[in-house]
Design a protein around this ligand. Structure first.
Ligand SMILES: CSC[C@@H](O)[C@@H](O)C(=O)COP(=O)(O)O
Ligand SMILES: [Zn+2]
Length: 217
């Protein structure tokens, strides 16, 4: 189905869902200095043909305007004529959709996700052991241990893409870019938000636990 044939109510629903989530994340201070980007898929999916709404590049994401989102295709090219530029990191969203067929992807830069990405860069993953919120990823094992992948960060964004397929763990709905931020995804916006919140909780937990272990108390 071409983008033009996707019902306009579906496109409007996606934009209004994304807009509400953007305002929510902005209220938590998750878009410092225009960082972060959000996307949500619309219409049918096949790995080589899909479309999604994504935040326009370089905007102050704490503001709500009629020019916050545009629709792009599986290559990150705008589906309609627009003066808006898609996120500079659109190719990362394209690759995650292609590999997972997920419905929404949220990216944030926080101090905790940046700190743990550097703290555990040596092992290329953040270990989390037995914390209840691991269940937020639908992992229900008693005392589950997970390792959240950390990938290299490059200023030339397309260089980041090949590592995604290599490092993605099918149990873990996210990847961390070194000293950059987290990409979390889910089947829909509700699930992607739950995953992002779980990641951020776990990153703060791990960071504080590492500090506690090193302190004398
Ligand atoms: C201004 S710092 C953040 C950017 O370099 C980038 O990492 C980011 O998350 C936002 O880029 P954007 O093009 O607005 O989607
Ligand atoms: Zn970013």
């Amino acid at each position: 189905m071409s983008f033009a044939n996707i019902p306009s109510e579906d496109k409007q629903r996606v934009v209004s869902e994304l807009s509400a989530i953007k305002a929510d994340f902005a209220s938590r201070g998750w878009f410092a200095g225009t960082s972060g980007n959000l996307s949500m898929r619309v219409g049918p999916f096949s790995p080589d043909e899909f479309s999604f709404a994504i935040t326009a590049s370089g905007k102050d994401k704490s503001q709500t305007t009629p020019e916050d989102f545009l629709f792009v295709d599986q290559s990150g090219q705008p589906c309609e004529t627009t003066k808006l530029k898609p996120s500079a990191e659109t190719v990362i969203h394209c690759e995650i959709y292609r590999l997972t067929g997920c419905g929404a992807i949220f990216h944030t830069h926080t101090v905790f996700n940046n700190l743990v990405s550097e703290l555990f860069w040596g092992s290329r993953s953040v270990p989390v052991e037995g914390v209840e919120l691991i269940k937020g990823f639908n992992i229900w094992d008693e005392e589950a241990v997970i390792n959240i992948p950390i990938l290299s960060n490059f200023a030339d964004v397309p260089r980041i893409v090949p590592e995604i397929a290599d490092r993605m763990d099918s149990r873990i709905p996210g990847i961390l870019l070194r000293k950059h931020g987290i990409y979390a995804w889910g089947q829909n916006a509700f699930e992607a938000k739950r995953h992002l919140e779980a990641f951020e909780f776990l990153f703060e937990y791990v960071y504080r636990w590492e500090l506690l272990k090193k302190s004398s108390i």
